[in-house]
Ligand binder design. Sequence first.
Ligand SMILES: *Cc1c(COP(=O)(O)O)cnc(C)c1O
Length: 383
Amino acid sequence: MNLSTDLLAAPAGLQTFIPPQRCLLGPGPSEIDPRVLTAAGRPTIGYLDPAFVTMMEELKSLLRYAFQTANPVTFAASGPGSVGMEMCFVNLVEPGDKVIVCRNGVFGGRMIENVTRAGGIAVVVEDQWGQPVSPEKLQAALAANPDAAVVAFVHAETSTGVASDAATLCALAAQAGCLSIVDCVTSLAGIPVAVDAWGADAVYSGSQKCLSCVPGLAPITFSARAIERVKARKLPVRSWFMDLNLILGYWGETTRTYHHTAPNNSLFALHESLRLLAEEGLAASWARHRRLHEMLAEGLAPLGIEFLVEPAYRLPQLNALKVPEGADEAAVRRRLLVDFSIEIGAGLGPLAGKIWRIGLMGYSAREESVRRVLAALRELLAR
Ligand SMILES: *Cc1c(COP(=O)(O)O)cnc(C)c1O
């Protein structure tokens, strides 16, 4: 064949893609501090370069601080929060294992799917969307299923804006001899996450929520008990890419051998966003999210916009708001984006069309953003 004549024509006339400047107040991604974007733009180096290895070690200690854990196996998995979720299930669930999954929103539903695909048997503890996971129901499910191997739940349900009591749920799991898998994608850095104090066994997060980093990384940590379970598996992990035994050859304590090409520049960015978190301090970060949530709530009350969730369980970083009578849910969201360049989130599943979700995550949790979305909503609802 004649290569030059058989070539497809290259698309012509395209400009450099320059994204519009948005105020990101949805369920993630959040806005990114310029320091983090600058870090991502630094020159790429090899993933076995001694300078890179030094950076990885710092990254692991920064992640241990964010998760409040001494777990040696704490690193950033290559992939979004969903990879963090799947990595926990494919490693800890063997075919035939019984897993109790607490579902009170979209992400608990995904956990069930993960159990089934890993060959496990899911026992589902259901709670209403907008309610936290019930410790009483989990206790009953553990009593009814003494052969259960794992308990899984979502700490901060982004689909509904609800926080569950992770300390109590992890303690119940441990008392019953089960490992716990906890989704902290939206909670990490926004509300207290205390992996060691909870006694949690496998905990994952995402880079683009309250850490305000570029999307595509999943901070993750495993307890010694979890690692023992993985090493004692009867069958190999079904996923090659997510098999911890292989990944630890690269991220582990002693060896640095090639597994897959690390997303170098994204890891530079995560290192810088965790440095920002360490500079501010975890407690100060939690307090800032709380303070801006209160400022938002005060501004919403006179507009007649109510919260879906009781104050005791509300996530400050994800505000689920009932669409007021007479307002067009999708039209308001569209006008916010088009006229004000503000992104907020829609409701999912049974809450579609019924709620808006205003995220105040990480670098997006600033007073100016709250003022901006309140002013825009005031104007749109008056129209
Ligand atoms: C966003 C989110 C995920 C998934 O993260 P991705 O980065 O989109 O894959 C999982 N769990 C919760 C609670 C989330 O909010």
